[in-house]
Design a protein around this ligand. Sequence first.
Ligand SMILES: [Zn+2]
Length: 145
Amino acid sequence: MREDIGEIETKLLAIQLRMPTGEQACTQLPITVLSDSLRTRRAFRAFGFAFAVGAVLIVVPLMHLIGPLVSWITAGVLLVRRLSERERLLECKVVCPKCGGEAHIAEQRVQWPIVTLCSSCKWQITCVPAAAVTAHETGVSSARV
Ligand SMILES: [Zn+2]
């Protein structure tokens, strides 16, 4: 049983798939919204692990010169990245607009555009949020509404 059940909210986000050849399609991708307490736990777990690796490297000859410094800088970077990650894209598959084949998208940080390759035709598929596409293409700014 996972400790984070009830702290993760999953939603479907409308996405537009674009091919370099001009084909487009719409679909939905599963996004998890991470609660503040879950983000904090994940951040300090990663920070603690990287910090402990640095502490262990202090006693290793020659590694004590650079190992702890690199580990502790990594610990700080992991802490900031995990704390700032409010949403996460779940692993999923999308249908290629060009050939109908499947393209795999790994679980990852939500950072647009998300680019993947079709497993059949090997063309690049670019995923962008449908709302951002609509606002950009119509020239309407959401701040002016
Ligand atoms: Zn394809």
